[in-house]
Design a protein around this ligand. Structure first.
Ligand SMILES: Nc1ncnc2c1ncn2[C@@H]1O[C@H](COP(=O)(O)OP(=O)(O)OP(=O)(O)O)[C@@H](O)[C@H]1O
Ligand SMILES: [Mg+2]
Length: 496
């Protein structure tokens, strides 16, 4: 079929527009609006010259009240494409946003280039009357409603590319931009128990820890990042395999080795909120269920010190809590996490931490429960180098590093202790000399781990062994109460 020339398309289009105007003026008073609209559309359909371009309409709302995600994504994406040719822009800022957001205003047009294809965007706003056109005094507004939509016009032959590649690209770009701006939250339990339930309280999570600043073996770091990336990519895989889209990590190792720091780094990397679940505040499985159901998608549920912060009766004990009115069980927690909770949402991560993996209930360790077990250990030479550049900004060829390397390998010193030493002076030379002295002293003392913190649960253990089994529970509870302040304080310091 021969293609119409641009001038013939133009003249056909001009005569069609003139005819429509004529039709409008003739029918305006004679025919009611719905029939008139139908006639004009039919006329337009039959007489419209066929062109090579295709226009996609992206409405602000899809299906009545639901916002059209593609419209929102286009709005955000196009804000990065604004050019000096644009004459009207809208500017806004909500209290939660860090920056002003600048968007196209109605009537504005712009051209985007994607893989060499020209894409014309046009933001259109039409107003229409929803009622009888009169002023609605009860809502203090008129009944005119705005209908906003984007027109995306391009050559027809690129339809597949636009639908399959370009629009998904726009959605992906918006997600990236939103993630960058997102203010992360840390949710903790509101201990005020009212109206029959606990609530989550949230504050901004402004923790500086990232995968760059966490001192751990580079290989392990990459392994974790790759695991997280794979998890995010595999929505379809989880769906096909009939598995809930969740991933569990168990972080174990002595205190001060960076478990909480790694959790913050993971949250910052994924841009996920953290829910810090302190089980010792809860009483029943039903409290737990309500709280878990109130957690949002794309979040990390954290239960720290699972071995000592709770003394959940599990399969190992085969009994319920001895304390009256307390019906929280390890089975209840695990079953709910594995079952209903994880299938109620998407992109859930759960992280448990412990200083003593060997003391955990086997139910927690069985295959399929926690997908990855990550050992956070004493500081290696590589870890030291990361900390030295974090704290002292020294290059890795510093003359004291050689001696430090010889001493640190095999020494039981936690990254927290290393960090403490390195912070003692702003002068790198002084700080490193001081650190070297500590390492030498440790070697002379026979490399006995100094305050490696096994205290937390070891103390618990020794207390337990001194009391009878019926007192076991109350000792555990009182230890928890005693330690709550310090642990909380420390956790608050580390995670906030
Ligand atoms: N691997 C690490 N990389 C960077 N900093 C670390 C690391 N480990 C510890 N630190 C520093 O020590 C502090 C305490 O570490 P963190 O709270 O992460 O340890 P933890 O393993 O969670 O300890 P705990 O078992 O007592 O909860 C952190 O605020 C951080 O400054
Ligand atoms: Mg911790």
């Amino acid at each position: 079929m021969a293609m119409a020339s641009p001038s013939s398309i133009f003249s056909a289009y001009a005569s069609m527009t003139a005819s429509i105007m004529l039709l409008r003026s003739i029918t305006n008073d004679l025919i009611p609006q719905p029939i008139r609209g139908y006639l004009i559309n039919t006329f337009r359909y039959f007489f419209k010259p066929r062109s090579d371009s295709l226009t996609l309409i992206i409405q602000e709302y899809s299906g009545g009240i639901a916002r059209n995600h593609l419209y929102d994504a286009a709005e955000v994406y196009l804000s990065t494409k604004i050019t000096p040719q644009n004459e009207r822009l809208s500017v806004s800022k909500t209290p939660k946003e860090k920056k002003l957001s600048i968007r196209l205003e109605k009537g504005e047009e712009l051209v985007d280039l994607f893989h060499g294809v020209k894409l014309n965007w046009n933001l259109i706003c039409s107003e229409f009357e929803t009622g009888n056109g009169s002023y609605d005094h009860s809502r203090n507004s008129s009944t005119r409603t705005e209908n906003k939509y984007f027109e995306l016009t391009f050559e027809k032959k690129h339809k597949e590319m636009v639908v399959e590649t370009y629009l998904p690209f726009v959605l992906e770009k918006e997600k990236e931009m939103k993630d960058e701006e997102r203010v992360l939250k840390m949710h903790t339990l509101n201990t005020f128990y009212s109206h029959g339930g606990f609530m989550w309280d949230s504050i901004n999570l402004d923790h500086p820890s990232t995968f760059e600043t966490v001192a751990m073996e580079a290989e392990m770091k990459n392994h974790i990042m790759e695991d997280l990336n794979r998890f995010l990519r595999r929505r379809e895989f989880y769906r096909k395999a009939g598995r809930a889209w969740k991933r569990g990590y168990l972080l174990y190792g002595p205190p001060g080795t960076g478990k909480s720091s790694l959790i913050a780094a993971m949250a910052n990397y994924l841009k996920f909120d953290i829910y810090d679940l302190q089980l010792d505040n809860l009483v029943t499985d039903s409290d737990l269920r309500k709280l878990l159901l109130a957690t949002a998608n794309r979040s990390i549920l954290v239960i720290e010190d699972i071995d000592c912060s709770v003394d959940l009766p599990g399969r190992r004990h085969g009994e319920g809590r001895k304390q009256p009115n307390v019906q929280l069980s390890l089975c209840g927690l695990l079953n709910f996490i594995d079952g209903l909770w994880s299938s109620c949402g998407d992109e859930r991560i759960i992280i448990l931490t412990t200083n003593h993996k060997e003391r955990l209930d086997p139910a927690l360790l069985r295959p399929g429960r926690m997908d990855m077990h990550i050992h956070m250990s004493y500081c290696s030479y590589h870890g030291f180098k990361v900390l030295a550049s974090n704290y002292l900004d020294v290059s890795w060829d510093h003359h004291l590093f050689g001696e430090i390397e010889g001493l640190i390998e095999g020494t039981h010193i936690t990254p927290a202790q290393v960090a403490e030493e390195l912070m003692k002076s702003e002068d790198a030379e002084v700080a490193l000399e001081g650190f070297l002295k500590v390492l030498k002293r440790k070697k002379m003392e026979g490399d006995v781990s100094e305050n490696d913190g096994s205290d937390k649960t070891e103390l618990n253990q020794s207390k337990r062994s001194k009391v009878g089994s019926t007192q076991k529970r109350s000792v555990c509870i009182s230890k928890r109460k005693n330690s709550t302040g310090t642990k909380r304080g420390r956790r608050a310091r580390t995670l906030q």
